[in-house]
Design a binder for this molecule. Structure first.
Ligand SMILES: [Zn+2]
Length: 277
């Protein structure tokens, strides 16, 4: 498995690692071990142990309906353990249209929806579990995607999206098996794939994807019982994550990224053009 290029380490804060060309940032120790313990306990307090044999999710904030591509009804209030770390979330000043960055984040305010995450997916991955490589929808979520890892470390796989992904995105809808953000796995693959590499996401780290890593790369987690970490085989433990996204609404729905091959907004334009609309 390939390693990513060495990161640029923030001189003012060595826990912040950046890959500027990829728009990728990894912040180590974003939460404390005490916060992590509270979060794990809170997850299990609302999820019966008997149901966690495979990857499972809890949803907070705005709900996104992948069949209608829209926000559904009322947001689910955030648990305290999420709202308590939200003020520390790094924002992206070039994306902020509402003024001072010192404004306290208000995660479920629609007017701020293009900047601050308002959709939260808490997931538990049992030991060995993964998630297929996918590109999150471009048109319905703002640029920055956040993933907070806790419980244990896991390697996240990245690979530049290519012709295979572009073709999958253009398959007739009925073959997509109910839709979703995850690319269908059964599609034929003939074009050679770009090389993949894995980035270890330590427990309590925050990954932020923007730019190329957000729009032009697939990301996923290989299902494995053992990971190679620093040359040593390490048994994979249960891992939790919180994926944080901002749902685009109204005029903000759409995308003008530099990766039209895997851009669902461009695919929709192509389909509309083909139908003569
Ligand atoms: Zn796009």
């Amino acid at each position: 498995m390939n390693e990513p290029l060495p990161p640029a380490i923030d001189p003012a804060n060595p826990s912040i690692h950046r890959w500027p060309d990829l728009g990728l940032t990894l912040i180590h120790d974003f939460i404390t071990p005490a916060e992590e313990a509270v979060m794990i306990a809170a997850f299990h307090a609302v999820t019966p142990e008997t149901t966690i044999k495979k990857r499972i999710s809890q949803h907070y904030g705005h709900h996104f309906d992948y069949t209608t591509f829209g926000v559904t009804s009322r947001p689910t209030p955030l648990p305290e353990y999420i709202s308590s770390f939200l003020p520390r979330l790094p924002l992206f000043p070039d994306r902020i249209s509402t003024g001072a960055t010192s404004d306290p984040p208000c995660p479920i305010t629609p007017d701020d929806g293009d900047v601050l995450p308002d959709q939260f997916t808490v997931q538990y991955y049992p030991p060995g579990a993964g998630i297929p490589p996918h590109v999150d929808t471009h048109s319905m979520f703002s640029e920055a995607l956040y993933s907070l890892s806790y419980g244990s470390a896991v390697p996240m796989m990245f690979r530049q999206a290519g012709q295979n992904e572009a073709r999958k995105l253009r398959l007739p809808k009925r073959s997509l098996g109910g839709g979703g953000t995850e690319a269908p796995v059964a599609a034929a693959t003939t074009a050679p794939e770009h090389p993949s590499w894995e980035l270890l996401l330590p427990a309590r780290s925050l990954l932020v994807m923007t730019g190329a890593s957000r729009y032009g790369y697939v990301h996923g987690i290989k299902g494995r019982k053992t990971d190679m970490v620093g040359g040593e085989a390490v048994a994979r433990q249960g891992r939790y994550s919180i994926t944080m996204r901002s749902v685009r609404r109204g005029e903000r729905v759409g995308c003008e990224c530099a990766f039209p091959g895997v851009c669902d907004a461009r695919v929709r334009e192509e389909e509309e053009a083909a139908e003569g609309r």
